[in-house]
Design a protein. Sequence first.
Length: 531
Amino acid sequence: MTYRYPSFNEYQAALQNPGVYFTLDFLRESVSELDLWGLPRVRSGGFALTYRMISKEGQNLAVRCFHKPVEDRTQRYAAIGTYLMKVRQPFFLPVHYQARGISLKNQSFPITYMDWVDGETLESWLYSNLNDLTAIGDLSNELVALAEKLGELGVAHGDLSHRNIMVKDHKLILVDYDGMYVPALEGKTSSELGNIHFQHPARVSTDFNSRLDRFSEIVIFLALSGLARRPQLWGKYQTGEEGLLFNRSTFLDPFQSPLLQELETLADLRSHIQLFRKICASSFDAVPSLSDFLALKPEAYSSVEVAYQTAPDLKITYLAKDRYPILRNLGKVVTVVGLVSEVFRGTSPDGHPHILINLGSWKAKCFTIILWDKALELLKNSDIEPDDFGGKWISVTGILTAFNRRPQIAVDLPTEIEMLTGEDEAAQRYESGRGKYSPAWLKDPSNLEKNSSPAMNPRISIMRIDPANPGDDTIKPAGPLHFKTLNTGRLDVSFEVLKKLSSLYGKVKPNENRSPADPETQPTDDNKPPP
């Protein structure tokens, strides 16, 4: 028997009615945090959609609903949960796994839940504290202590990044344990390879041991050390990618990296940058611990060319005007490029101010970038003026959602919107994001709308709009926007409808969202909230 995991829309429906779909009593009585439009606010993880839920007693929980299968997820989380309860470290939170945590269409699917960390991601914290060089330096010392403790315990998080590290009261807390290694899992392979912009390029799935975090720790430490000495590096290299100053191209060609060349000009980092280049060109097993890296201890680095693992960043780049192909990826992290036609300021019916950056006609349900909540607050405290985006080609990366069939990305930081130099760069971004790993339906222009994806020259497919004379295609909404109250939590579009629409653009790969029934369906009895 095979089954597919729930779609983004199906999880969104379930989170609007937790009393119907969740199996644990305290989650059935909880409510989900809402987004700007009154729908469940979703945050993404590598294998799951993360929601903030507030229990009847007022406890804030992080609930993760999985959308990708892992054959032995139950056994892995049993080992991870048991270990975390045993060691009780301040940078770990107890995690509870429920194999049959949510029921949809007469099938049960796993969830995890843990206390919500009332702090900021490392990325957000840095954005707010770029001028506090002492605090950044102190945080790098916290990272050194954390790395040393992980080494002593013989465990690894497996996916350290600026979004899986939280900062609370100037202390570091790790979240998202899907790829974690604990001693009881020795002999298994990695269930995921982590964010490639923090991982050694030679890492493969058979690399699964307590050394997993070493390269990521060095990368994050160098980023923090650089910012503590030269905070303007943020504006120069933090460009909406999924990395922290560094990215995968830095690791693949460390001798040509502009970032490493600039870091090398900092006298107290010069020797470490030279060593880091050797590490990038070495085997995964040769990566030293962070403490050995800081001490510049000699290692036997391979002088033989390393056969780097070639797994790509799985995000595909879309044109803002390709609405239906974009809508097929709800709940996933994608990159979208396009020309800004208008920047609109408004207030939602419940009083939330926001800025909408439209890439096309609002009336035609164009792709929209949303700034609100923390992102809007950070924008006000930055040197970025919202109107600066008007008429510019931009790129944005984030988790894709939709409202009233309008595709959108709500950014967490203003820097997630990257202003491009013009149409040529936008075309290059689009073409490079369609590479050999793109789905067949996207690579073959004959499967798309006549005037959508390019045949040979990517520039011909990018929609041209003159903001100074937009014509009828970009009629702006007059005055504040008004939206109907959502009484039933209507979905943007059902899975069935999307499936039919998608058939117009090519066939979906068979069994893309299907997996054989696995041990995840075995029940547990964690029918209580975390302590």
